[in-house]
Design a protein around this ligand. Structure first.
Ligand code: HPA
Length: 280
């Protein structure tokens, strides 16, 4: 590596540190007064209340630990901590999206990076998506096995490999749990995300299908990429809230999607708890 290239890479690191996630990880650790953290879950639409009713759950508003508040209905901005099985788990209720006005990429990654540095080297990313694969139905839970990044941003420094972003071992664990709970495996699909905030056109959904995508969202991919760069293990689970544009007649609505999220919340929560219980 020549000197100028090295300097460029160092600049990336300095920029990253400037974005302040290390300070946020210290804030979280101080709040928890040394309690063990080894797992984090980003709770997507519909799952926001997960962990609220666990007996030992602690809660703090995002702004008290310096995390950015999400600007979308249904994303509360509450950080919880709960002991689930043998794991100390950070639960992020609320996600900062790239489509929010004036938001910077690093701001949307503050939670996952801070959680990683606080000890959460395994993270579960959950999200709502529309179907692209014609076999998928609203209400279905799908494991993310890979992605096609149409967010228009890349959070990594040069040149991070993007194979096995969604850890194979974690997917196997999740499949064992699904087989036990439902008597069958979950579908595993390719996620594509765009920045949003509009939904896709029918032509875009058709094109995405040809490209090999199974579901379409507006989040998660950049988080998984940032975590891959850090060396974290990532499990991605998507709830299909709607048919992708043009698959059935009519417009997609955020309100209907949120209702679908609420409907699936109990099932999704049960799966999540069982998966966490199985993780090493
Ligand atoms: N497209 C993109 N993002 C989404 C969708 C969709 O159909 N449904 C929920 N999030």
């Amino acid at each position: 590596m020549n000197a100028s290239h090295k300097t460029t890479l160092e600049n990336y690191r300095v920029d990253r540190a400037k974005s302040g996630y290390l300070q946020r990880s210290v804030n979280i650790t101080k709040w928890l007064k040394g309690k063990e953290i080894d797992l984090a879950v980003i709770l997507g639409s519909g799952l926001g209340d997960y962990g609220k009713d666990h007996s030992d759950t602690m809660e703090i508003p995002y702004n008290s630990v310096g995390l950015p508040i999400a600007g979308v209905p249904g994303h509360a901005g509450i950080l919880r901590y709960s002991k689930i099985g043998r794991h100390g788990v950070l639960l992020f209720s609320g996600r900062k999206h790239l489509y929010e006005p004036f938001v910077e990429l690093d701001t949307t990654l503050m939670a996952v990076r801070a959680a990683f540095h606080a000890g959460a080297t395994t993270q579960i990313l959950t999200c709502a998506t529309g179907s692209v694969n014609l076999k998928y139905r609203p209400g279905q839970l799908v494991l993310i096995k890979d992605h096609i990044n149409y967010l228009g941003v890349d959070p990594t420094q040069p040149f991070v490999a993007m194979t096995n972003v969604y850890d194979e071992g974690l997917r196997k664990d999740a499949q064992c749990v699904a087989s036990r709970l439902y008597g069958r495996r979950l579908a595993e699909g390719v996620l594509t995300s765009k920045r949003g905030p509009s939904f896709e056109t029918p032509a875009e959904i058709k094109a995405l299908r040809v490209l090999g995508a199974d579901m379409a969202g507006m989040s998660t991919i950049h988080e998984a990429m940032a975590l891959k760069e850090l060396g974290a293990r990532v499990l991605g689970i998507s709830l299909i809230t709607n048919y992708g544009a043009g698959i059935v007649p009519g417009d997609i609505s955020h309100e209907d999607n949120s209702k679908q999220g609420e409907k699936a919340a109990k099932r999704f929560s049960h799966l999540l708890t069982s998966i966490i219980g199985r993780l090493k």
